[in-house]
Design a protein around this ligand. Structure first.
Ligand SMILES: [Zn+2]
Length: 253
């Protein structure tokens, strides 16, 4: 049965990822996610079923459109493989537990934020809202209503902390240091792992962002660095290695 579920969640993950590619590339441009149906970005021919099979269509078509021969975005293919693999590994690691269900939402958020924040410097609201609601009900279902309600307080603590940081950053550096999306994402971080671990996520995310920020400061003239991908990556790492981080947290408390 374990093999069945591993394959099942791989298929679910990779299928959802091709949907996430549509969401993360259409919504920031103000386009509908249902119409028009999936099509080639270059010649606009509508894709038939065999061009829509996650991962395999890309391999079968050798990464090119069947009609115009232009390249199909590689990042979608990559997102499909990564999401499928993360979904399946998450099942193998956590089994059917609270952690597993939450991880499915976090992985989805990870993929969506990587695409939309790197391409458009935008973190979409709807995936954040859906994740927030899901985490609330999962905490309620697997723990109790008190736990679910107190997670909202943790979310609010992180949210207001980041709001203050953004405000101070604006005064000190005279420019937008944190985007609204990063601040909203902080709410989800606090909700999911609680405020103390949430602050560890923030610290870890700055370490993760540092090499990229330095690199882009040296090479890029725009100086705009998306922070969302590093925040959500740090959240996934802390969520995955919760016990390791609890050891670090105990050293300080
Ligand atoms: Zn085409």
């Amino acid at each position: 049965m374990e093999v069945f579920y591993t394959i099942f969640f791989w298929v679910i993950g990779s299928t959802l990822a091709s949907f996430y590619c549509v969401i993360a590339t259409r919504l920031p441009e103000g386009k509908s996610i249902v119409k028009p149906r999936s099509h080639c970005m270059h010649c606009h021919h509508e894709l038939s079923w065999y061009e829509l099979i996650p991962v395999f269509s890309y391999l079968f078509l050798r990464g090119k459109c069947r009609v115009c021969q232009k390249k199909i975005p590689f990042f979608c293919f990559l997102a499909e493989i990564i999401t499928g693999t993360l979904f399946a590994s998450s099942y193998l690691y956590f089994g059917f537990s609270y952690e597993f269900y939450v991880s499915l939402f976090l992985i989805s958020l990870l993929i969506l934020i990587f695409i939309s924040d790197f391409l458009y410097m935008i973190i979409l609201d709807s995936p954040l809202v859906i994740t927030g609601i899901a985490v609330f009900f999962l905490k309620w279902r697997f723990y109790n209503l008190d736990t679910a309600l107190s997670s909202l307080v943790d979310g609010a603590i992180l949210f207001f902390f980041m709001l203050v940081v953004a405000f101070l950053g604006k005064i000190l550096f005279k420019r937008e240091a944190l985007g609204g999306g990063d601040i909203k994402l902080s709410f989800i971080i606090g909700m999911t792992v609680g405020a103390p671990y949430g602050f560890m996520v923030l610290v870890l995310s700055t370490f993760l962002a540092l090499p990229y920020a330095t690199f882009s400061l040296l090479t890029n003239t725009s100086h705009e660095v998306p922070y969302g991908p590093f925040l959500i990556s740090a959240l996934c790492i802390v969520f995955l290695y919760y016990d390791k981080f609890s050891y670090i947290l105990n050293l300080f408390t």
